[in-house]
Design a protein around this ligand. Sequence first.
Ligand code: ADP
Ligand code: MG
Length: 475
Amino acid sequence: MNLTAQSVWDNCLSFIKDNIQPQAYKTWFDPIKAVKLTDNALSIQVPSKFFYEWLEEHYVKLLKVALTKELGENAKLVYIIKMENTYGNQRPFTEKIPSSNRSNLQPQELDVPVKHKNPELKNPFVIPGIRNIKIESQLNPNYNFDNFLEGDSNRLARSAGLAVANKPGGTSFNPLLIFGGVGLGKTHLAHAIGVDIKDKYPEKTVLYISAEKFTQQYIESVKKNTRNDFIHFYQLIDVLIIDDVQFFSGKSGTQDVFFHIFNHLHQNGKQVILTSDKAPVDMQDIEQRLLSRFKWGLSAELQTPDYETRISILKNKLYRDGVDMPEDIVEYVAKNIKTNVRELEGAIISLIAQSSFNKREVTIELTTQIVEKFVKNTKREVSIDYIQKVVSDYFQMDVSTLQSKTRKRHIVQARQLAMFFAKKFTKASLASIGSQIGKRDHATVLHACKTVDNLAETDKQFRKHLEDLTKKLSQ
Ligand code: ADP
Ligand code: MG
């Protein structure tokens, strides 16, 4: 008999189906794709890291039994996680992931997508100048416009994205910079644009890459003395999508090379799409000439979704998973998880899973527990008011003294520390920090941050203050 990944997986599925609830099957096994079979290892693709962890935690035994039946004692399962990037992760069946290792599952430490999936890209430098090389776009088709729900919070960014997808390089939105806080859909939208372009213009070379990966590739090319080939390679691309460009901060070599690539692409009518966790005005340690390029096109913000949008994101997710959930439960989740779409989704997935796997009815109690877990796990952001209070208390002064115009050295230092911590611990912009700490401007805040860095290196006493305060504020 000729075994294929599909046939092996189909057999596993029919076994699994007989052994779990239909709802759980639908939630956790329907979305899996069999990808590859080599010897005794079956590779399956799962939609997210969360999904993978869930499978490992709850279904690993079942999977083992099913796959052993098909492939014998030495059967192995390889997960390929489709997420922002494609991560591969391989674990033998018999090995349970020790919980201390869980934290190692940070995306950066998983396998590298470019290396993993795409030999041309892994070593793009040997074939520069050849026009028709095939460049894998590294796009995730699960992130598309259809499932990127529109709301007031994202309307501008979404429609700009659509406009760019209709006419890549042909609008004034070049570059298109999408910015906003964690979990608000930057990566999703960036992929959606790429996916849509690939759909409409299959002949165009689209490439999605994280700024981090780009940086690593660049450093590698410098080591190997292939910097020019690196530049050359990127200049071949029609639509370049770079995710999380704030990662370029302070990396002048990478900024320089990106500047050249950007200019070339822009001059040739190619489209550049960037995402960042900050607006260009708030980006630190990015060269001026690059910042000014970022501002050439359109900067569109993704804001935190309002209640209605949160409800529709949840309902859409439930609809896609074919799950019915009482209205009051959906409302409870939407009311309590406000600032991060990723958490919103995580909570609803947990709810679906809990109810189907443990055959528990979804009650408000269960929902409260799950939502609490999500809200608690997110580090609460300290406020600028709180920082000012802690710093003033520490130096035994009033907040009003800390904010005053005096130039007395110890007060100035206290104020600078407050600014420094506000920058470090909150997402507030420099301008907004300045206005909240004694009505200063953004340049003063920037100067304060630099001064604190300098003093921490040169002044022992000051370093002690910094350490004490860091401890107090991290509690
Ligand atoms: P970011 O890159 O800004 O941190 P992501 O793009 O990774 O955020 O989004 C986090 C999660 O939230 C993803 O699963 C994404 O699909 C989902 N999401 C964000 N915005 C929306 C939206 N408007 N509609 C549907 N899903 C969304
Ligand atoms: Mg992202």
